[in-house]
Design a protein around this ligand. Sequence first.
Ligand code: NAD
Length: 295
Amino acid sequence: MTARILDGKSLAAELRAEIAAEAAALHAETGRAPGLAVVLAGEDPASRSYVTAKEKACAAAGIRSREITLPASAGRADILSAVRALNEDDEVDGILVQLPLPDSSIEREVIEAMDPAKDVDGFHPVNIGRMVLGLPAFVPCTPAGVIEILRRAEIPLSGAAVTVIGRSQIVGRPLSVLLSQKGVDATVTLCHTRTNDLARHTRGADVVVVAAGRPGTLTADMIRPGAVVVDVGVNRVPDASRASGYRLAGDTDFDGLRDVAGAITPVPGGVGPMTIAMLLRNTVEAARRRRTAPA
Ligand code: NAD
C-alpha cells in the first residue's frame, strides 16, 4: 500500500483563502482590519523563523500584525508590562507570546497575564477550561490544526480509535480533549513516556497522532495496515549536505510508514501550515467577538 499524502500546505491554503475573505468582510464592516501583536523575546533562530512565517501569513490574509521585540535580557517585569499594554490597546485583537521565553519559568505567569479575549494561542486557563467544558473558546492552534486536516481530508473520526503520543499542554493533552468531544466523537488513548508497550496502543488505532518531539518515535511495525498517521513533530536533524547544516524531520519513520499507512502527513508541509492557519482563524474570531460584543 502507498499511503495517501495529506497535503497540509494545500489544505491550509484553502482555509487561508476563507479566512482572508472573513477578514476582508470584518474590515469592511468595522473600518479596521483584524490585528495581531506578537511578542518575541530573545534571538532563538527557530522562534524568529516561526514569528516571520506568522507575520507573512497575517499580511497575506489581510490581518495587521505588530511585532514587539524584546532583548534576551528582558526580565519578567518587561514582558509582563508589554503584555498588559497590549491587553489595553484597542487596536490589538489578538496577542501571541512566542514560546519558549528565554526564562521558561515565567511562561505560565505571562500567559495568565493575557486578556483571555485576546489569547489567540488558546493557552490561558480560561480558554483551556472553556474548551474542556465544550464552551466557545480559543483552542490551541496545533491541536485545532490536526483536527482540521483530518476533517478536510475526510478522515472519519466519529467512533474511530485514535492514539495520541505525547501529553504536552500545547499539543497532546488538548488534542485528546478535542478528539473526544461531542461532535468529533473519537475514542482516545493518550500515551506518554511512562506508557508501557507503546506499540500495543498504536497498533489498535485507526488514527495515530505523534507529538513526541523525537524523530523515529513511530515506525511501520507499530501501526496496522491502512491506519492514518498525523506527524506533529518538527525536529532539526543534522544534515551536512544542506547549507543550513540541518533538515527538518517529523517524529515518524515517514518512508517506512508510507508503505503501510492509509494516509500520512509529511514534515514539513503537514501540520505546520495548518497550525498557522488556525492562528489566523483565531485572530479573526477574536476581532469579530471584540467588535460585535454587546457593550
Ligand atoms: P513536549 O516535549 O512538550 O512533549 C512531548 C511529549 O511526548 C511528552 O508528553 C512526552 O511524554 C511524550 N513522549 C516523548 N517521547 C515519547 C515516547 N518515545 N513515547 C511516548 N511518549 C513520548 O513537546 P510538544 O511541545 O508537545 O511538541 C511535540 C513535537 O511537536 C515537537 O517536535 C515540536 O517541535 C512539534 N510541534 C509542532 C508544531 C507544528 O505546528 N507543527 C507545533 C507545536 C509543536
